[in-house]
Design a protein around this ligand. Structure first.
Ligand code: SF4
Length: 99
């Protein structure tokens, strides 16, 4: 699936963790169906180990994080980026690898 992987890299959607608010309760790791998070045994905290596995538009981990330590782009940012990507694909209609 090289085309989709290429486009995913152009779409900025993945969580960030506020270390000050994180209670390291593992809920983000438990809730995420795409294994974006991993446990860092050195720091005793979750880390965003695989940001490109994050599914654009998904917000499941926000629901699982009871302290609000996780942030994601806004829905507005999602739509702006989606339109930007669509426009770029349309411009390079025959060769989206040129994005
Ligand atoms: S938004 Fe969804 S896919 Fe992305 S890290 Fe959170 S739970 Fe995982």
């Amino acid at each position: 699936m090289p085309l989709l992987s290429h486009l995913r890299e152009k779409f900025p959607w993945f969580p960030t963790i506020d270390a000050a608010a994180c209670r390291a309760d593992l809920q983000c790791i438990n809730f995420c169906p795409h294994d974006v998070f991993e446990w860092d045994a050195t720091t005793g905290r979750p880390v965003i180990a695989h940001p490109l596995r994050c599914l654009p538009g998904c917000q499941i981990c926000l629901e699982g994080c009871t302290t609000g330590a996780i942030s994601l782009p806004t829905k507005r940012e999602f739509h702006v980026n989606l339109e930007r990507l669509r426009a770029a694909v349309n411009r390079t209609h025959s060769s989206p690898h040129d994005l």
